[in-house]
Write a protein that binds this ligand. Structure first.
Ligand SMILES: [Zn+2]
Length: 183
């Protein structure tokens, strides 16, 4: 990046200033050690942010490892990282879209059960395969959505497991798309 993308003026590189990463949708995230460019002519500023995918995963991790209920901004952040619409997230958490939207609009505090559920959904997806791609895992999560007419499982619903299934080469993930192949 040599010239201003707005006016073509010369750019100054700033290295020692934390960058408030508002583009994340969160007001409290500051990035340190990155280069920011500022136009000497028009004042336009832009940061150079490497590995955005990993950065977003790390921000998600710091959110879900934090104490206290998730804030509205954090709930929105996690949902967007998972690539879900509000309606889909409401369905996944088994609440109405109206109830869910109150949490994203700061009108209500998220319930403690859903707060935990949301964090677990993120962990499950973040750990999928390499842990780098958050969006992919959600495909099989959707299989977990319960049919509203579904009945409770019977105690005599048989679970068949053969030895070859638990004696597997190490590194095989316990949960992957195969789990839900028969759903
Ligand atoms: Zn400029």
């Amino acid at each position: 990046m040599n010239k201003c993308w707005v006016c073509g003026g010369d750019l100054e590189a700033i290295k020692d200033k934390p960058y408030q990463y508002k583009e994340s949708g969160l007001n409290n995230v500051y990035l340190h050690g990155i280069i920011q460019y500022k136009c000497c002519k028009c004042g336009e500023e832009a940061p150079e942010i490497p590995n955005i995918e990993e950065l977003h995963l790390l921000i998600g991790k710091s959110i879900i490892c934090s104490k206290g209920y998730l804030s509205a901004q954090e709930i929105i952040y996690i949902r967007k990282e998972l690539g879900l619409k509000s309606k889909e997230m409401a369905e996944l958490l088994s609440v109405t879209p109206q109830e869910y939207s109150k949490w994203e609009n700061s009108k209500d505090l998220i319930s403690s059960g859903c707060d935990k559920h949301l964090r677990l959904i993120f962990i499950l997806n973040a750990d999928y395969k390499t842990g780098k791609v958050v969006h992919e895992g959600i495909r099989f999560l959707k299989h977990m959505l319960l049919d509203k007419k579904a009945k409770q499982r019977k105690t005599d619903d048989q679970i068949d497991i053969s030895v070859s299934e638990w004696i597997k080469p190490s590194g095989t993930p316990l949960f992957n798309e195969d789990c839900f192949a028969n759903c």
